[in-house]
Ligand binder design. Structure first.
Ligand SMILES: NC(=O)c1ccc[n+]([C@@H]2O[C@H](COP(=O)([O-])OP(=O)(O)OC[C@H]3O[C@@H](n4cnc5c(N)ncnc54)[C@H](OP(=O)(O)O)[C@@H]3O)[C@@H](O)[C@H]2O)c1
Length: 329
């Protein structure tokens, strides 16, 4: 089959690889569409834990079950599915266990024509979504859902701020917050992305790359829940934007560590700083159910054929996307 491989740091190729085989309890899925996450880029750049080359990256996929391995229910064959990329979460909802893994390193991922995964990772493709939209949902939808509802416990009517709205994860946080009745604001480095966020239900947004944005944001705040994945020097500003008793939930550090945190602001304002990663099986069921109930449609920024997968990664590297970058084999 054809697959995209990362051969070594910075080296992407598309070519023939051996077909996967469904092992015991597994299904072989013909991929109709896959989607990128920032993780795939970190792997390409050599900035991810547990690197192993060559590898087929890709955590998001949607497709049709072609066959099943020994012991797997044959009723899966022919079904249209999406794949939960959160493997071996473990027994506790509060945090993943030691065997936790994300699809697409160390296990081969979805940027290929076919993939073998345990049937327990499969869920029916949401009927209201196209293949491209369905592929865009799993990892970013799961992460955003747990951040907003599982960890920050956002309630209808609360004011929510989502930073860096161009990010795939950030857009899901916006869409989920709007669907659950939250007044939602965004930040971005692009006026166009803020305009597009408003068409998705955001009240408005702030240019985090412009002088004075913090003051403008304070006028519209404070915010009960702030969802961030950028970290870096700007993270400290979020303490000023949070309402007393507010929650700042984060799952990424695209801009690196926060250089210094004003701890006095954290305890005086009774803030909660909440780390989160991916999601438990319960989060997955809740997220897919919420998406179907509210007919949330993932925002697809661009669709690339597999052969042009390297260009798709380059688009992500320059932050040119608004929403998910989809790759079709
Ligand atoms: N822990 C987990 O489970 C988990 C899961 C998913 C993602 N992540 C992490 O979360 C981050 C986002 O992932 P993704 O796949 O959604 O990324 P992505 O689609 O590549 O998003 C990148 C976006 O980050 C925003 N950004 C960059 N610098 C910023 C800054 N200084 N302040 C605010 N926003 C900034 C930009 O938004 P604008 O274009 O609007 O400026 C950019 O479009 C990555 O670090 C990723 O590794 C973690």
């Amino acid at each position: 089959m054809r697959a995209l491989r990362i051969e070594a740091v910075g080296q992407v190729s598309v070519g023939e690889v051996e077909d996967p085989v469904a092992g015991p309890g597994e299904a072989l899925v013909e991929i109709k569409a896959a989607a990128l996450n920032h993780r795939d880029l970190w792997i390409k750049l050599g900035q991810y834990a547990g690197l192993k080359f060559p590898c087929i990256p890709g955590s998001d996929g949607a497709g049709v079950v072609a066959s099943v391995g020994p012991g797997a229910d044959p009723a899966w064959v022919g079904r249209e599915v999406i794949i939960n990329p959160s493997f071996n979460w473990g027994d506790r909802d509060g945090a993943q266990g030691r065997d936790f893994a994300i699809l697409g390193l160390p296990r081969d991922g979805t940027l290929a024509e076919r993939i073998a995964v345990p049937v327990g990772q499969l869920a029916p493709k949401p009927a209201h979504l196209s293949w491209e939209e369905a592929a865009a949902l799993p990892l970013a939808g799961l992460t955003a859902w747990r951040a907003l509802f599982g960890r920050a416990r956002a309630e209808a009517g609360e004011r929510v701020l989502v930073t860096g709205i161009g990010a795939g994860t950030a857009l899901f946080a916006l869409q989920f917050a709007v669907a659950s009745g939250n007044e939602t604001w965004v930040t971005s480095s692009s006026d166009d992305k803020i305009r597009r966020a408003v068409t998705l239900g955001a009240q408005g947004g702030f240019r985090y790359d412009q002088e004075g944005w913090l003051d403008r944001a304070k006028e519209r705040g404070p915010f009960d829940v702030i969802v961030d994945s950028a970290g870096g020097a700007g993270f400290g500003h979020l303490l000023d934007l949070a309402a007393p008793g507010g929650k700042i939930v984060f799952f990424g550090a695209t801009r690196g560590n926060a250089p210094e945190l004003a701890l006095r602001k954290v305890f005086w304002k009774q803030l909660s700083l909440l780390g989160t990663t991916m999601g438990s099986p319960g989060d997955w069921v809740a997220m897919t159910g919420f998406t179907a109930l509210h007919r949330v449609r993932p925002v697809v920024s661009e669709v690339f054929p597999l052969e042009r997968g390297a260009e798709a990664l380059a688009l992500m590297e320059r932050g040119g996307q608004f929403g998910k970058i989809v790759v079709v084999p």
